[in-house]
Design a protein around this ligand. Structure first.
Ligand code: PMV
Length: 341
C-alpha cells in the first residue's frame, strides 16, 4: 500500500485497430497500436463522499451555438450523447476500482482528451484505464498493469454489453500488440516494426456508438451464422498474414492486407458511405493501404502512406474528413503527476 495522494493525474493513449476489429470479439486474433494522442484524467480527493465529474474538454467537434437575436431563445446543440457515454465509462471505472480495492471516498474527476471521443480511437478504453489508475493511486493502491487492464476490460464489458480485451490492453501497455483472446486470459504479444508505421487518420462524426455496432454485427451473425462466421474467420487469417508482414517490415504487403480487411468489414455492414469515400480517396492519393478503424458506423479511417502523408491528408479532407498524422506510441498508461497535501 502506498500513501494516499490528494490529487493525481494519469493518462492513457488512444489506439488504432490495425487489423481484426469485430472478429476479435468472437475469439479471433487482432492487432492494434497505441497512438500519440492521449486522454488525461485528474482525480482529486473530496472531504465528502460525492463523485463530481468535469468533462469539459473532450475534443468533440461540431458543438453548435445558435443565438436567435436579443431577447430570443438561445438554443445549444451539443454532442450530449457522446459526452454522457464518456461519463458512463468514468462512473463504471470508479465503481469497479472502488470494489476491487475496497475503497469508498468522494472525488472530483477532470477529464481531457487530445482526440475526439467515441470515434473509433479507443477513447472509452483510455478513459477507463486512466480513471482506474488515477483513482487507485490517489487512494494509495498500487495496481499491477495486468490488473488495470483487466479492470478496464470489465468496465467496457459492463457498459457496452460486449468487448474484447484489445483496447484496454493497448491503452495500458502502449506499442503495437497482437491480441489472441483465449478463454480466461488473453495472450498478448508486442509487435516490433523497425521502420515505424506512418499513418494518417481521417475522422468523421459517428452515427452510433461501439455498443450499437457490436449489437448490429451480433444480429447479422444470428441471421446468417455460417456466412458471417466465415467472414470473421477470414479476418482472423488476415491478421496472421499481417503479423508476418509487419515482422518482416514489408509495408506494401501490410497495406494490401489493410485493403482486404476493409472489404471484409464492409461485408459485415460496419462501414458507411463517408468511411468508404475516405478509404478510397486515401488509396487514390497514394496510400499503400487504408481501412476503417474501430467499430465503424462512421468515425475513423486509417491510411498507411509512407512519404505520401500530405497528399493523403488533403484527399481525406476533400472526402469530408478531418485528417491528422499519427504515429505509434510505445507509451502506455502512466501517472503524470501526484500531489500530497
Ligand atoms: O470503436 P472502438 O474504438 O470502441 O473499437 C471497438 C473495437 C471492436 O473490436 C469493435 C470492439 C472490441 O471490444 O474489440
Amino acid at each position: 500500500m502506498m500513501i494516499a495522494l490528494t490529487k493525481v493525474t494519469a493518462s492513457a493513449p488512444g489506439k488504432v485497430a490495425l487489423f481484426g476489429e469485430h472478429a476479435v470479439v468472437y475469439g479471433h486474433q487482432a492487432m492494434a497500436g497505441a497512438i500519440d494522442r492521449r486522454v488525461r484524467v485528474t482525480v482529486e480527493q473530496r472531504s465528502d463522499d460525492l463523485i463530481k465529474i468535469h468533462a469539459m474538454d473532450l475534443s468533440i467537434p461540431g458543438i453548435v451555438l445558435t443565438i436567435g437575436g436579443l431577447g430570443k431563445d438561445v438554443s445549444i446543440e451539443t454532442d450530449y450523447v457522446r459526452i454522457m457515454d464518456a461519463v458512463g465509462y468514468i462512473r463504471k471505472a470508479i465503481e469497479v476500482t472502488s470494489s476491487h480495492c475496497g475503497i469508498k471516498k468522494g472525488i472530483n474527476v477532470h477529464i481531457k482528451s487530445e482526440m475526439p471521443v467515441g470515434a473509433g480511437l479507443g477513447t472509452s478504453a483510455a478513459v477507463s484505464v486512466a480513471t482506474i489508475l488515477a483513482y487507485s493511486t490517489a487512494m494509495g493502491h498500487e495496481l499491477k498493469s495486468d490488473e488495470v487492464s483487466a479492470l478496464g476490460h470489465k468496465v467496457e464489458l459492463e457498459v457496452q454489453g460486449a468487448a474484447s480485451p484489445m483496447d484496454t490492453a493497448v491503452a495500458t501497455r502502449g506499442g503495437i500488440l497482437l491480441i489472441r483472446p483465449l478463454i480466461g486470459k488473453a495472450s498478448i504479444t508486442p509487435v516490433k516494426v523497425e521502420q515505424g508505421l506512418p499513418l494518417v487518420v481521417g475522422y468523421t462524426p459517428r452515427e452510433c456508438g461501439t455498443g450499437e455496432m457490436l449489437r448490429r454485427v451480433r444480429n447479422l451473425r444470428d441471421a446468417a451464422p455460417e456466412s458471417v462466421d466465415s467472414i470473421l474467420c477470414s479476418i482472423g487469417k488476415v491478421v496472421s498474414e499481417a503479423d508476418s508482414a509487419m515482422r518482416s517490415g514489408d509495408l506494401r504487403r501490410v497495406g494490401m492486407l489493410m485493403n482486404v480487411n476493409h472489404g471484409l468489414l464492409e461485408s459485415i455492414g460496419v462501414s458507411t458511405k463517408k468511411l468508404n469515400e475516405m478509404v478510397y480517396s486515401a488509396r487514390s492519393a497514394g496510400a499503400l493501404g487504408s481501412k476503417l478503424t474501430g467499430a465503424g458506423g462512421g468515425g475513423c479511417a486509417i491510411a498507411l502512406c509512407p512519404g505520401r502523408e500530405q497528399d493523403v491528408m488533403t484527399a481525406l479532407s476533400l472526402a469530408g474528413g478531418t485528417a491528422f498524422r499519427s504515429s505509434i506510441s510505445g507509451k502506455g498508461a502512466c501517472i503524470e503527476k501526484g500531489e500530497s497535501s
